[in-house]
Design a protein around this ligand. Sequence first.
Ligand SMILES: [Zn+2]
Length: 281
Amino acid sequence: MLSLYSPRLSARSALILAAILVCCWVGDGPVCAQSYTTSKLADGFDYPVGKPNGDGYYIFRGFSPNGHLGEDWNGNGGGNTDEGDPVYSIAHGVVVFSEDYARGWGNVVILRHAYREKNGQIAFIDSLYGHLKVRSVKVGQQITRGQVLGTIGRGPYRMYAAHLHFEIRKDLRVGMRRELYPQTYETYYTPKQFIDPRRSLRLEDRTVRIPINTFLKSNPNRLTTDVIDLPEVTPDGETVRPVVPEQLEMVIEEETQTEVATPEKSRTLFEKFLEKVSTPQ
Ligand SMILES: [Zn+2]
């Protein structure tokens, strides 16, 4: 007779079920009870420096999958002439991360934006601004297009020549845990290729729901204010739920496997040094 009972499978299933149940009961899980805040729908996207067209700046280092996951923007003057220059929000949005995050990053701001794609669907992206000299925004703050977020810096301990490290993510789970997600176009956009065709979007002057607290629990900067729980669908029948954690179980597993969550631990100091030198952010 075929036995349907497998102790190993059953234990795993029980764990997943427990995780889902806890998630539902606690009510702040990223899948069962997605938290939202609201934000103005983006009416277009600009460049983060040389507002709004990037005038006076150039891309020193571009995006490459499994390599450099953003663009490095430098001032035309070279060297550190751009240190302290203002960094602007590329669009309307809300701050979901603002922190001095060590490990090669320095001051980082992440904004979340809602915009309408050509097919009419509302979509979401995160824009990340790294190595900032100062940050002038805090988590939960509503941001308008072109608003100053901080200034161009040199990273922690002034370790780089001044530049802005700029990323655009389509996967809202990444936060500061890039190592847990594919470092490819599945997760990221090439910033310039995202912005160029979306410089001017239809002006709708509309506020929409934005999912928040989508980063892993190990990520800081959870929003605790202005959190609303709304039905999946807006009154006009439009679904604004993004494609976020479709594989919660996997994420939970990954996070609980310390060797996956903290790969640095298995590397020697020398290897880490080599990596830092060869792959600056
Ligand atoms: Zn960079």
